[in-house]
Design a protein around this ligand. Structure first.
Ligand code: CA
Length: 228
């Protein structure tokens, strides 16, 4: 039995029904909000384990909802957006959404994203100066990184990058988020540099850089460290 409570925020009846039926079949508890105002009220009063948030709501802009929720809660938020609204999606991630689904999405996709998001909050609770993910180990206190118990030597920039990704494991981070965290700016040149550092980092940690195991690329959006 799955005891996670998911808040479904969606004004479109057909999509809402699809999501709710899927959640019900997979034994999630869920709450429904058809607009932004109800969503904010329910997020505050029920403190759900995850939120599925449609960005195009009749009353409040989805991004504003994320900003408000993030001012007091770290609950995973998965945004649901139309394919044409790439910029909205990126803005939502920059304001603290965890992940996104693009309409039309499959039920399997929805469940997979939800599992990842719920796992992230679980791992957040284990506070440690050692990060372990599959064969990857990061000792934050010593500033050392290991793959299968062998220390690998990273440049300061690669180390910074792997720490940003590991601190947000399971979460899609936009190019803007990462470059701001590293350089404090987000110019096109920073994003180009990010690609270079990502390539050198991957060479050191991935067995096969063509099929990365740890760091997933989201084309046009950013990167995510997968929880293995
Ligand atoms: Ca909508």
């Amino acid at each position: 039995m799955n005891k996670s409570v998911v808040l479904v925020v969606e004004d479109d009846l057909a999509i809402r029904n699809l999501i709710c039926t899927t959640l019900e079949i997979h034994h999630y508890d869920y709450l429904v909000a058809k607009n932004g105002e109800t969503a904010l009220m329910m997020a505050t009063s029920h403190n759900p384990n995850a939120i599925l948030l449609d960005l195009g709501l009749p009353d409040i802009d989805g991004v504003q909802i994320i900003k408000k929720i993030r001012s007091w809660s770290n609950t995973p938020i998965i945004v649901i957006s139309a394919r044409s609204n790439d910029l909205d999606k990126i803005e939502a991630l920059d304001f603290g959404a965890d992940d996104y689904l693009t309409k039309p999405f499959s039920v399997d996709e929805l469940l997979a994203r939800l599992r990842v998001a719920l796992r992230r909050t679980h791992s957040d609770k284990i506070e440690s100066s050692i990060f372990i993910n599959g064969d990857l180990k990061i000792d934050y206190a010593a500033g050392c990184v290991y793959i299968a118990q062998t220390e690998i030597h990273l440049t300061p920039m690669e180390y910074k990058l792997i720490c940003i990704l590991s601190n947000n494991v399971g979460k899609v981070l936009t190019h803007t988020f990462i470059t701001k965290a590293i350089w404090g700016t987000s110019y096109d040149t920073d994003i180009a540099s990010l690609r270079v550092f990502m390539a050198t980092l991957r060479k050191k940690i991935e067995k096969d850089t063509a099929q990365p195991q740890y760091i997933q690329t989201h084309v046009g959006v950013g990167y995510r460290m997968l929880k293995i």
